[in-house]
Design a protein around this ligand. Sequence first.
Ligand SMILES: [Zn+2]
Ligand SMILES: [Zn+2]
Ligand SMILES: [Zn+2]
Length: 282
Amino acid sequence: MIITFLGTAAANAYPEAFCQCNNCEGARALGGPSLRKRSAALINDDLLIDLGPDIMTASFLHGRSLARVRFCLQTHAHADHLDPSHFLSRSPEYGVVNAPRLHFYASTATAQRAAWLLERDVAPASLLDPEAGERLNLEIHQIEALQSFTIGPYQVTAFPANHDPTVDPLLYAVEMDGHRIFYGTDTATLPEETWQAFHRHKLRFNVVILDHTYGPDEQGSDHLSARQFIEHVARMREEGLLAEKARAFATHLAHAGIPVHPELADYAARHGYEVAYDGLRV
Ligand SMILES: [Zn+2]
Ligand SMILES: [Zn+2]
Ligand SMILES: [Zn+2]
């Protein structure tokens, strides 16, 4: 499996458009990996995690075509993870040629929010109506936390997150050819139910990608801080959930207490993890 990080920022990107804090100004001055778009990831060339607002910009910048994407695992329906206008770029009705059918996986609450957003802002089409699915070349799969399913060559399990319950957010484990990834954003401290499910499914991750929204001295609130990220990875290691040579990557980074990439990468190296950046392939 090749994972490409299409974006690694929290809700308002990093730097934030109108912010002149030291971190945002530092990122503008340094450029490169310190410039972060809203979080999304691509696995191989056919599995997208989150139909986010910056995926096309990421596709251009990092030379990763999305034209062969057949599956999308949607974490939740917050605006930094879901831009429903992308649904239209599947449809022959909009002149799109040869787009493969998109299988879109989301919790029921997130699928309903996506349908509402599409109808309100983009096109008078109910996403959840099978006829609209035909027109948009799309199949919506409403899934639940703790459900396992197979999509193409991938074995996927969805886990509950500790985040806005109105959109019923999901985190995902993806397995292919004996390798396992955990993609865990957005979430605060993982629910015990999720830890138990890791053990029930006998998961040992080769790569863990985890929410790291706030710096070490910030409170976590509805996301994880650096300190909590470190505690989560330590617990995974203690409980045997990490494979040998497993790598842990921080993503979903906000300007609040998170320094520019080289500084954060130094901090992470001292604490045994790595910091993802836009365009990074693993
Ligand atoms: Zn987010
Ligand atoms: Zn700032
Ligand atoms: Zn969110």
